[in-house]
Write a protein that binds this ligand. Structure first.
Ligand code: SF4
Ligand code: SF4
Ligand code: SF4
Length: 261
C-alpha cells in the first residue's frame, strides 16, 4: 500500500450478530475521522449503501462460515482482496456461533415455527479460514477496537501486526486488579488470550475468554479449577470452558486451519 494513496477497506458479514461492525461505529468521531485520513471505506453496510467494486486492499469479514452456499461469496472476496482479516470471534474461531456444533435441537428452540425456512438452513459454524485463507484476526466479542486500529496501522506502515499469546491474567496483574477467585467467583483468564487489557475482571466480572485461548491451553486444568476453585458443577465448568472456544483449535486464530467435519 502506497503511503500516498488511501487503502481501500471493505467490511462483509456472514453468520453473526453484526455486533463487531456496530462496535466499529462506536470508535468515536475523532478516532474514526482520523482513520479516514488513511483509508477509504468502500463497503460497510452499517453506514453506507455502496458496494465495493474491483480490488480491495483490506477486507474485514465478520461472522462464521456456516452455510456451504456462502463459500462462493467468500472466495470472491478473497480473490479481490490483498489482505483478508477475520473480524471478531465468530469469524476468527466460530465464536459463540460454534456452540450450535455441539447441539442437535437448537433450531426449533431458537426459531420456533420458522425453523425450517430455507435461509436458516446451516451446518457447522466454522472459522472463515475453513473456506478461504485468512491473513490476520481481530479478536474479541465484540472485536477489540484497539486491536483493530493496531492491525490497520501496522498494515499501513508495512509492519507485521502482533497478536498477544499470553494469558489475560498478565494484564490483570499489571493493573493490580483483584483476582475473581479471591472474591468467591470464577474466571477463564488463565488461558484466555490477552490483548484486551483485562477490562472484565477490572469491572468485577469474570473473563469469559471472548478472545479465545492462548496457544496450547490446558483446558482440562481449566475445567478442574472452575470446579474446585470457582465452585461450578462439572457440566457448567465444561460448558463455560468452551463458550467462545467451541471450535478449539488455536491455529484457527492464525487462519491456518479449522475443524473439518
Ligand atoms: S464476535 Fe460477538 S459481537 Fe462479533 S459478530 Fe460474533 S457474536 Fe456478534
Ligand atoms: S481475575 Fe481472572 S484474569 Fe484476573 S488474575 Fe484472576 S484468574 Fe487471572
Ligand atoms: S477480559 Fe476476557 S472476556 Fe473480557 S474482553 Fe478480555 S478476553 Fe474478553
Amino acid at each position: 500500500m502506497s503511503p500516498k494513496t488511501k487503502a481501500k477497506v471493505a467490511f462483509f458479514d456472514f453468520t453473526s450478530c453484526e455486533g463487531c461492525q456496530i462496535e466499529l461505529t462506536n470508535l468515536g468521531e475523532k478516532a474514526f475521522m482520523g482513520l479516514l485520513d488513511h483509508i477509504e471505506i468502500v463497503e460497510f453496510r452499517e453506514a453506507m449503501s455502496e458496494k465495493a467494486q474491483g480490488r480491495i486492499d483490506i477486507s474485514f469479514i465478520e461472522g462464521s462460515f456456516s452455510r456451504e452456499a456462502d463459500r462462493k461469496r467468500l472466495e470472491d472476496i478473497r480473490s479481490r482482496s490483498n489482505v483478508v482479516i477475520a473480524f471478531g470471534a465468530c469469524a476468527a474461531t466460530g465464536g459463540v456461533t460454534a456452540l450450535k456444533n455441539h447441539m442437535s435441537d437448537y433450531s426449533e428452540a431458537v426459531y420456533g415455527k420458522d425453523a425450517k425456512m430455507p435461509h436458516l438452513d446451516s451446518s457447522f459454524a466454522l472459522p472463515v479460514s475453513a473456506a478461504i485463507k485468512v491473513d490476520y484476526s481481530v479478536l474479541g466479542c465484540p472485536m477489540s477496537q484497539a486491536e483493530f486500529v493496531e492491525i490497520v496501522s501496522s498494515l499501513l506502515h508495512g509492519k507485521e501486526p502482533v497478536i498477544p499469546n499470553h494469558p489475560v491474567c498478565v494484564e490483570c496483574k499489571k493493573k493490580s486488579t483483584l483476582c475473581r477467585y479471591g472474591q468467591g467467583d470464577h474466571c477463564l483468564g488463565m488461558v484466555a488470550r490477552a490483548g484486551c487489557g483485562a477490562p472484565c475482571p477490572a469491572d468485577g466480572i469474570p473473563c469469559e475468554a471472548c478472545r479465545g485461548f492462548v496457544d496450547h491451553p490446558n483446558q482440562e486444568a481449566l475445567v478442574k479449577v472452575l470446579r474446585e476453585k470457582g465452585g461450578l458443577s462439572e457440566e457448567r465448568a465444561f460448558n463455560k470452558s468452551r463458550i467462545f472456544t467451541a471450535n478449539l483449535r488455536s491455529d484457527a486464530v492464525k487462519g491456518a486451519g479449522a475443524r473439518k467435519e
